[in-house]
Structures are given as C-alpha cells and as structure tokens.
Write a protein that binds this ligand. Structure first.
Ligand code: ZN
Length: 472
C-alpha cells in the first residue's frame, strides 16, 4: 500500500482514496497480458486486437464503468488498407527511388501533369497548381514555434489544400533535416504494410515520396512533364475503440485515452516476429484502467469521467480521429483530454513534462497535482521529437478540447540513459516486451499523477486555451 508521507494539501486529501486504490502489481499484470506473444502485437483490425478489446471491455465492466460505445463498450471504426506500387516518369525517364502511398481509390490509374513547386504546401504557396503535380517539401518552416510547426507539417492538411487548389497528385520532397529525423530506410519500413485510413476520410490525392537525392534533383526541375502510374490493392476492415464512463453529478466530462493497438507481426520470418508493444502502449492502457479504479473509489464526482482505448494509433491516429468525428459524448461536454502514451517504468519518477498542457489552463491543474506529489515540472528534454503532434491528444485538440500527454521526463541521468536505450533498441521493435526489471511502482507514480490532475479537474472552471495556443 502506498504510504502518504507529505503534509497533505486539500487536493491530496480529496484524492487520497483514489490514489490509494492504484496498484502497481495490477499495472504490471495488465502490461504482461497485453504484450504476451499470444496477443500478437495487437495489430489494428486483427483478431488479436479484437481479443484485446474484449479484455479491456471486461476490465471496464469489472471496475463498474458504464458502456459508452455504440454497441456496449465498443465503437467500430471503419477502415481501409491499401498497398500500392507506382512509377514516376519525369521527362520520359523513370525516377528510381520512390514510395507511393495508395488512396483506396481505383486499383489502376495514371495521372499526368506539369511539376510545380509549392513550398511547404501552406496557404499562400499554392497559386497556379490547377492540373499540376505539386512538389511539396515535407515538414514546415523552421521559423514557426514548435507546436505550430508540427501542425503545419500535417500532410493530410496539405493534401486537402492541394486538392482545393486543383493539383492532381503530390510529390513529397525530403530535406536533410527531415532525413536525419526520419531516414529513408525507416520510411520504407513504414510502407511494408501499406497505408490505412478511416473509411470516411480517405486522402484526396495520390502521394509519392522521394529520397533525398531525387528530392534535390526534381526540385530543380519545375515545369517538367510528369506521369504517375499507380496500382493498388485495397481492403475494407473494422477495428474497435473501447469506451467506458464513470458518471458524475454533471455531464461535463474529463476524457482519458490511450491507444490499445501496436504494430502486430512486424518482422515476418524473424526468430521473434512480434512487436509486442509492452511500453508502446500496453502501459498507457494499464494506467488508464488504474486511473478508472481510482476515480471509482472516490465518494463524490462533480463531473463525469470517460475512458477510451483507441485503435489505429500506429496507422496514423485513426481510432481517435474516428472518435472525434463520431463522438459518443457530445464534444461540448468534453472539458479536457489526458492521453497516455508510452510510460517507461525504468526509473523513479521525479519530473513531469507538460507536453500540451502549457497551451491551456490545464497547466494549472498539472502544476497543482505535481506540487502535491513533489514532482518537478520541467521543459521537454526532446522538443525536436514533437511528441504533442504525434499521438491521439492531437485529435482532441483539433476539435477544441484542451489536451495533454504528460510525460515522466528523464528525472536524471539514469532516466536519460533508459530512454535512449529504449528508443534505439526496443521502440517499435520485437524487443518492446514486459521485462522483470521494470519498476512498477514508478508506473504507479505516473498513474497517481495523472489521476490527481483529473481529480483537480472535477470542479472549478473548465480549462480554456491560452492566447498562444494554435487551437483557439
Ligand atoms: Zn508507437
């Protein structure tokens, strides 16, 4: 049992029954089950993912959560997956290294047009694109503040603008900076299983990616004639979000989320072919379930609390995108989103990184909880990773719900070493497994911090965006 050693403040006093309910051994057990080889890495739309959905729904029921999906706890997300191949011919010669993203459209077609350079594909860079193939730099100008830059980098948004400007296809040019962060070999790996999309939000144009050499070469050749031949095989499928509610006095709702899916069988033919996704993101699901246990233990809740395990995160934040377009709780009732993605229980937690909370008055609640738990708020030690724009909290922010994906930071050199070791040796690899060396009390510390932030949100004014937020 967790022992209270601080002089308790009001928030801590009020939260004590909830914090005491969090059990490290339960987090460990949940992670261990979800990352077992039998769960086959919980690939979106697989039978293994469906089993994981049932498991989470069962746990929600056992915790006393009310079903809040469309069929019980489940909300089926309609998806399309496509594997494409393509040829890009410029002035009669085939461009060598290309990756072509399918769009779930017609299986075989050719588009032709003149190549036109359209900068970063932002508004104002798009005149004269009608009937042309737009060459667009990946990413966004370095002059933008980091969150704005991450938002402006969204290729889905660029495609909508290009389509509106009349372009017939997009050619994405990489840059030395992006190549350093997302090497061509990594992009190639991402294409192995094709692309997946929400069936109600298919990309409006075919997309071609070039390596650095071809990017530099073609950028010098606007006005050239280009022809893209695309063939693709597509399939429709479904995968579930799992949603449970703890009602409160008011219908205003705090939303906790975590992605349940991972990469599935990611290395076919290898000795260990399964990307188990223990850290990414069985830990997030395990924490959300403990947080639910904590809220259920409170004698009074002024507001309601919603818990969502989303599918399709690894395929492009698809389950959360579906949820915000088809919310099972009206969007105006959702007052805040706390998303949990990749807790690394390898070292004691002494710090918290706001990761999105600084954009709204959610920050005050995080600071209040951190102070009570004696955690230091620190700046993001890896801001270049742009983590805020890379997980499901982004989709909540896009519909106006203040959101954050709190992170444990490095909390010292030991944590920094553990983080770097994880990122290079286990992240998105078969080695991301439940390890006996993990420190589940550290995991419980993070769950208590997230829980206390939510308890702080039960009363008082709703969080609102700060003037600097791009989501206002
Ligand atoms: Zn991941």
């Amino acid at each position: 049992m967790w022992m209270l050693v601080l002089v308790a403040g009001a928030l801590l006093d009020r939260g004590r029954p909830a914090l005491d309910a969090v059990r490290p051994e339960s987090i460990s057990a949940t992670v261990r089950f979800l990352s077992d080889d039998l769960l086959e890495g919980r690939g979106t739309g697989t039978r293994a993912h469906a089993i994981a959905e049932k498991y989470v729904a069962t746990r929600m029921q056992a915790l006393g959560l009310r079903p809040a999906g469309e069929a019980g706890y489940l909300q089926q997300v309609k998806l399309c997956e496509t594997r494409a191949q393509g040829q890009l011919i410029v002035d009669g010669a085939e461009v060598k290294d290309v990756l072509v993203a399918g769009d779930c459209g017609t299986p075989d077609r050719t588009v032709e047009g003149e190549l036109a350079f359209a900068g970063y594909g932002q508004a104002g860079e798009l005149p004269g694109l009608r009937g042309k193939i737009a060459m667009v730099l990946a990413g966004a100008p370095a002059s933008l503040p980091s969150t704005q830059r991450a938002l402006a980098s969204s290729n889905e948004d660029k495609l909508k603008r290009l389509r509106a400007a009349g372009a017939v296809a997009e050619v994405v040019l990489t840059t030395p900076e992006l190549e350093a962060r997302r090497p061509w070999a990594l992009l190639q790996r991402n294409f192995v299983n094709g692309q997946a999309y929400d069936a109600d939000d298919l990309p409006p144009l075919p997309v071609v990616y070039l390596d650095l050499g071809e990017s530099d070469r073609l950028r010098q050749r606007p006005g050239s004639r280009a022809r893209l031949h695309l063939t693709q095989t597509s399939r429709s499928f479904e995968s579930g979000n799992v949603i449970g509610l703890l009602p409160g006095d008011s219908q205003e709702t705090i939303v906790y989320s975590a992605h349940l899916d991972h990469l599935g069988i990611c290395a076919p033919g290898a000795r260990d072919p399964i990307c188990n996704g223990a850290i990414d993101n069985a830990t997030g699901i395990a924490e959300v379930l403990e947080i639910a246990r904590g809220f259920a233990a409170l004698p009074k809740r002024e507001r309601s609390v919603l818990f969502i395990a989303v599918t399709g995160e690894e395929r492009g934040l698809l389950g959360s995108a579906w949820f915000v377009r088809h919310p099972t709780v009206p969007r105006e009732r959702m007052i805040a989103n706390l998303n949990l993605d990749q807790l690394l229980p390898a070292y004691p937690v002494g710090e918290l990184v706001l990761r999105g909370a600084e954009l709204s008055t959610l920050e005050d609640h995080v600071r209040a909880a951190a102070a009570e738990l004696e955690l230091l708020i620190v700046p993001d030690p890896v801001p270049e990773q742009n983590f805020f724009a890379r997980s499901d909290q982004l989709n909540f922010a896009r519909i106006g719900v203040p959101s954050a994906c709190l992170w444990q930071g490095f909390s010292g050199p030991r944590g920094e070493a553990a983080f770097k070791d994880f990122r290079s040796n286990r992240y998105h690899q078969p080695g991301d497994e439940w390890l006996p060396a993990y420190d589940w009390e550290a995991a419980a510390q993070m769950a208590r911090a997230e829980l206390l932030v939510g308890i702080s949100l039960l009363s008082g004014p709703r969080p609102r965006w700060k003037p600097k937020s791009p989501f206002r």
